[in-house]
Design a protein around this ligand. Structure first.
Ligand SMILES: Cc1cc2c(cc1C)N(C[C@H](O)[C@H](O)[C@H](O)COP(=O)(O)OP(=O)(O)OC[C@H]1O[C@@H](n3cnc4c(N)ncnc43)[C@H](O)[C@@H]1O)c1[nH]c(=O)[nH]c(=O)c1N2
Ligand SMILES: CC(C)C(=O)C(=O)O
Ligand SMILES: [Mn+2]
Length: 470
């Protein structure tokens, strides 16, 4: 990997080149713009970009990339800045490319259940736009992230157990490479459900965290709105009982739409933050989608399994309002925990293990956070084997930061040992680059580096993120 010489001497020249491409008001180096783009929602820190640009079209993104490429200046794609791994934080003098001006929703094919979105379109904006079609886009990270940013991080959320992660919902991507080349990963205008034509470049860009190119549009799948939706909360005597229930629900192939776990600490925080009155106990948040009869049948099956594991009776969210309050509370768990220690930063782990290994993994995580003495709530997409230890830390307390880092590393390493991954949905970013090496092995890492070298030979796309240096 190359070292970068400072771009400061040539910054004025580059600034005027970029202004000529995107217009003066869309190429900015003010303190406010730079500070707005020097952080995400994580605890990670770094520098501020030298210049921020807001291109208005794929052609402008291509010209911006070309100008940076010819000046050998690193570039950072910026979506909505809700990432949890420091992906948008500059680690060297860089130009940040904020893609939110490109916010078109086009090519809505209701009969084929697909649509094309530019990087400024968030998941909620898309769902608002298509609300009268009977279709919806189910991938739902807690934040209202940009869909292209979700592609970049390999995101998922609470609906993945039924509808898949972003990976299962992307049909094609338009991409701009570091040198300005524009391409469609599946070929221009392709939007078929299946293809065996050549290498799968669409999946290559999913989870690439801005290190391979700019995603300037995504063609994504939509799903039919379920006829009936039932949501409930069920509490359990122990973490193991709640987790065993999730495993058995999946083993019985019940097509549950959402099955989310919160531990005692998380439930307490959520009750305070979202004014709920859940029993303080290990809890599952559940949702069932189907025909009226189908959803009820799923409820009966899950109720039986829960009862066998000591689950108390379901508490129902009866109305649409109660249902959205319940899921908003789940999505706000991170902020609910932060509210327990105002001024703190959240450090989220994100391991994913084969579901049979969930009990061992969670038990180990609990022992680790206890060992390091860190306040932690657990929230999990347990239907996917993916859960977060949400570590709350005072970022001015060096010892606490170090202990949290060591705890997160041990938790990640244990997941890898159990056949899992150090990240199910947030990405590698700044903090898990060494764990990536342990997870995939040196040979695989070298192939990844070879791919990076072909697509971005000058290492200008979001350097110091994702791949570790050897
Ligand atoms: C409260 C809360 C709750 C959650 C989450 C966050 C928060 C604050 N997240 C994490 C976050 O929302 C998720 O990582 C998003 O996919 C990030 O999308 P942004 O548009 O914000 O990307 P953001 O701007 O933060 O960028 C993230 C990374 O992607 C790159 N990138 C962004 N847009 C790009 C583009 N168009 N082309 C190329 N690269 C691009 C960036 O360079 C960076 O490396 C999450 N996630 C999850 O998967 N499941 C969850 O349950 C949650 N829950
Ligand atoms: C770490 C958090 C914010 C998350 O992904 C979740 O709540 O599922
Ligand atoms: Mn999550």
């Amino acid at each position: 990997f190359k070292r970068y010489k400072s771009i400061s001497p040539s910054i004025d020249k580059l600034h005027s080149e970029l202004s000529a491409i995107v217009g003066k008001k869309n190429a900015v180096s003010s303190l406010a713009a730079r500070e707005h783009h020097n952080h995400d929602e994580s605890h990670h820190t770094g520098g501020s970009p030298a210049i921020v640009v807001w291109p208005n079209s794929v052609q402008e993104v291509s010209e911006v990339a070309r100008a940076c490429y010819l000046n050998s200046v690193p570039m950072i794609p910026f979506g909505t800045g809700t990432g949890l791994e420091g992906g948008v934080i500059p680690k060297t003098e860089s130009v940040t490319v904020n893609l939110t001006n490109m916010d078109a929703i086009s090519d809505l094919n209701i009969e084929d259940f697909d649509v094309r979105v530019q990087p400024g379109v968030t998941r909620k904006a898309l769902n608002r736009e298509i609300r009268n079609t009977g279709l919806w886009f189910p991938v739902d990270p807690g934040a209202d992230a940009s869909i292209c940013g979700m592609v970049a991080t390999g995101a998922s959320g609470t609906n993945a157990v039924r509808y898949g992660t972003i990976k299962h919902n992307v049909l094609n991507l338009e991409v701009v490479l570091a040198d300005g080349t524009i391409l469609n990963t599946g070929g221009s205008k392709r939007r078929c459900r299946k293809s065996s034509a050549g290498y799968n470049l669409t999946e290559l860009f999913i989870g690439s965290e801005g290190t391979l190119g700019f995603i300037t549009s995504a063609t994504v799948r939509l799903h039919g709105m379920p006829e009936s939706t039932l949501s409930a909360v069920c509490s359990f005597p122990s973490v193991q009982d709640a987790v065993n229930t999730s495993i058995q629900v999946l083993q019985y192939s019940i097509p549950i739409a959402r099955i989310e776990f919160l531990d005692n600490v998380a439930i307490k925080a959520v009750n305070n933050f979202s004014k709920l009155e859940n029993k303080i106990a290990p809890t599952l948040f559940l949702e069932f989608h189907g025909s009226e009869a189908g959803a009820k049948e799923q409820v009966n099956q899950v109720a039986e399994i829960a009862a066998a594991n000591g689950g108390t009776q379901f508490k129902w969210a009866e109305t649409v309002e109660e249902r959205s309050k319940l899921w908003q509370a789940r999505h706000d768990t991170f902020y609910a925990l932060l509210a327990l220690k105002p001024g703190n930063k959240g450090y989220s782990t994100d391991v994913c293990v084969p579901i049979s290994q969930l009990p061992a993994a969670i038990e180990h995580s609990l022992s680790i956070v206890e060992k390091y003495g860190i306040l932690c709530g657990i929230a999990g997409h347990v239907g996917d084997g993916n859960y977060h230890c949400l570590l709350m830390l005072d970022s001015d307390n060096e010892s606490e930061v170090l202990r949290a880092k060591m705890a997160a590393e041990e938790i990640g390493r244990k997941a890898i040992f159990l056949g899992g991954s150090c990240t199910g949905e947030h990405g590698i970013g700044i903090g898990k680059r060494e764990l990536l090496k342990e997870e995939v092995g040196l040979e695989t890492l070298n192939v990844m580096k070879g791919i990076k070298n072909v697509l971005d030979p000058r290492n200008l796309m979001n350097p110091f993120k994702g791949l570790p240096e050897i």
